[in-house]
Ligand binder design. Structure first.
Ligand SMILES: NC(=O)c1ccc[n+]([C@@H]2O[C@H](COP(=O)([O-])OP(=O)(O)OC[C@H]3O[C@@H](n4cnc5c(N)ncnc54)[C@H](OP(=O)(O)O)[C@@H]3O)[C@@H](O)[C@H]2O)c1
Length: 276
């Protein structure tokens, strides 16, 4: 049996839907990953074969003001899961982020390239990657720019702003791959089915800026909106973000035969599903 930790989160809910009766889900009301005792209690009683950790402190700007909380949830929490899964002989799947990179390379990152997080969130997620290794049967899946029907995300923010405004300024100097949580869940399932270990990158194919992504959201939704360019430095967010952090997903394709669809197709499918 597969246990999804963070089952009520944006990715967690899509994992639960995809895995169906093969999975059980827990969230903060059942287990607090910042406590080893809490993690052991749940894992020792459920005794899953595989644990997928989709729980995290994901407020990137909030992490800058709450670094201890970030490290407890995203760093130490993963150590607790790694130790407890190791003790029961289960595999640990840890979801991580492109924010472990500094974004200065200028081309897609491979799994084994040097990391260099710019933010507290990125540092805490990198600590989580290190700590996942307490279980020799670990799988780290790095992804980026997630959106899904069950969470706060960029697509939903743009669609909400469209009900209030006719013009927006959106960052045009950060490049990445918007990724639908349904496609990420499919990639995680493919990796688990092949019993892959180590680090993998998984994101929808192709890339764009947030500004291009916003324009695509409005175009695909038939919304007339003027989207002006904005520089990251002028947005003034507390956490620095990597400017170019696309992920090379070739290893995922080679080892599983699964490739995530192009980001614009994923967006169209998401919007179609959302309208149902
Ligand atoms: N969102 C993105 O753009 C993005 C990009 C790259 C990577 N990722 C990674 O992808 C994964 C899933 O992200 P997501 O956006 O789906 O996350 P999310 O919607 O924020 O869900 C995270 C879940 O974890 C729970 N949680 C928080 N602290 C916990 C704790 N101490 N113990 C147990 N559960 C706890 C949360 O509960 P509460 O809601 O009650 O706090 C929430 O249900 C995370 O590892 C994230 O770092 C996300």
């Amino acid at each position: 049996m597969i246990l999804v930790v963070g089952a009520k989160g944006m990715l967690g809910q899509d994992l639960m839907t995809l895995l169906g009766s093969a999975a059980r889900g827990v969230d903060l009301e059942d287990v607090d990953i910042t406590s080893l005792e809490s993690v052991q209690k749940v894992l020792f009683s459920i005794r899953p074969r595989i644990v997928i950790n989709a729980a995290a402190y994901t407020d990137v700007d909030g992490c800058e003001t709450n670094p201890d909380l970030a490290m407890q949830a995203n760093g130490e929490g993963v150590a607790h899961l790694a130790m407890a899964t190791s003790e029961i002989g289960a595999k640990l799947v840890q979801v991580s982020t492109d924010y472990v990179f500094d974004g200065r390379k200028g081309s897609p990152y491979l799994e084994d390239e040097p990391t260099g997080p710019l933010s507290v969130y990125g540092e805490s997620k990198l600590a989580g990657e290190m700590n996942a290794r307490f279980n020799p049967d670990y799988l780290i899946v790095r992804t980026q720019w997630l959106y899904g029907v069950n969470g706060k995300n960029f697509v939903e923010t743009m669609l909400r702003l469209a009900t209030e405004k006719k013009e927006l300024a959106v960052v045009d100097d950060q490049i990445g791959s918007p990724t639908w949580t349904v496609d990420l869940a499919l990639a995680i399932r493919a990796l688990v089915e092949k019993d892959c270990r180590g680090i993998y990158h998984a994101a929808n194919t192709g890339f764009c800026s947030w500004n291009e992504f916003a324009r695509a959201i409005f175009a695909e939704s038939g919304i007339d909106m003027r989207v002006n360019p904005l520089a990251t430095k002028d947005l003034g967010r507390p956490a620095p973000r990597p400017l170019y952090s696309t992920l090379d997903c070739g290893k995922l394709v080679r080892d599983t035969g699964f490739q995530l669809q192009p980001w614009r197709e994923a967006l169209k499918n998401y919007l179609k599903l959302r309208r149902l």
